[in-house]
Design a protein around this ligand. Structure first.
Ligand SMILES: Nc1ncnc2c1ncn2[C@@H]1O[C@H](COP(=O)(O)OP(=O)(O)OP(=O)(O)O)[C@@H](O)[C@H]1O
Length: 241
């Protein structure tokens, strides 16, 4: 039984679905990337998994239990934590206040501080004064404070330098290995995903067009880029691993 099992997911913003018949899975302790060109339906799929976009059809189970009928808040309590593309932090709160609001304790759990030691140093700083990388760290830490079984992360790399991105992925790997957490992440840069994750699902035109392990997908990168991914499949000079 997979940690997350999504079958026949059809969802959208009005009567017309923008994702159709999506099937994907995430195992415990596994990092899975959702790839695809702009508009392929990646964000919509994540939002539907977290309950933030309504399902028109399909079934979502977490640890074998159906969550499809649960509200976003109840899905969060069931173990799904969502880090949205815009990070959804409150600019006027400090780092400590942000964590306190999420954790309902004075400090982040020790294991989260261990993953992100900078949280302590930045505790009194307002979100508005944080760099993009520090804000992403806070958004990830806030989600991890709830000790999720599934972490859903939309476009973690957006606007961040490759050096910063390459620092976050090992943290996600540790979360997966040490906490058994499954991670489903939307990543624009395919070569980055192929370096760090275990498995990928490629979306095109609102559905999953290809799935496989990194080992299976790496030799197919040219074919996938031509068919579904576009130029993001290829590293720019600064992004090269
Ligand atoms: N709030 C919305 N209302 C109506 N249509 C939307 C809304 N958000 C997204 N869409 C449409 O749904 C489709 C899928 O968008 P989605 O954001 O899921 O794709 P994506 O793969 O995440 O793209 P990107 O990489 O550009 O973020 C697009 O055609 C988009 O225009």
């Amino acid at each position: 039984m997979s940690l997350l099992d999504v079958r026949g997911l059809t969802a959208g913003y009005g009567a017309v679905p923008v994702v159709r018949d999506v099937g994907l899975s995430v195992e415990r302790g596994e990092l899975v990337a959702l790839l695809g060109a702009n508009g392929a339906g990646k964000t919509t799929t994540l939002l539907a998994i977290s309950g933030l976009v309504g399902l028109q059809a399909g079934e979502i189970t977490l640890d074998g239990r159906p969550v499809t009928a649960l509200t976003p808040a109840r899905r969060a309590r069931a173990g799904i934590q969502h880090v949205p593309e815009d990070r959804s932090l409150f600019p006027s709160l400090t780092v400590d206040e942000t964590i306190r609001l999420a954790c309902r304790t004075r400090r982040a759990p020790g294991w989260v501080l261990d993953l992100f030691p900078a949280l302590e140093r930045l505790g009194g700083r307002r979100v508005a004064a944080l760099s993009g990388g520090e804000q992403q760290m806070l958004a990830l830490a806030r989600a991890l404070c709830r000790d999720p079984s599934l972490l859903v992360v939309d476009e973690m790399s957006l606007g961040l330098a490759p050096l910063v991105v390459n620092a976050f992925f090992p943290v996600l790997r540790r979360v997966a290995a040490e906490r058994g957490c499954g991670v489903l992440i939307v990543e624009q840069h395919v070569h980055v995903a192929l370096r760090w994750v275990d498995r990928v699902h490629v979306m095109a035109g609102g559905t999953v067009a290809a799935s496989g392990t990194v080992e299976e997908m790496r030799p197919r990168i040219d074919e996938l880029a031509g068919a579904y991914l576009g130029p993001s499949a290829y590293p720019t000079e600064g992004d090269k691993p």
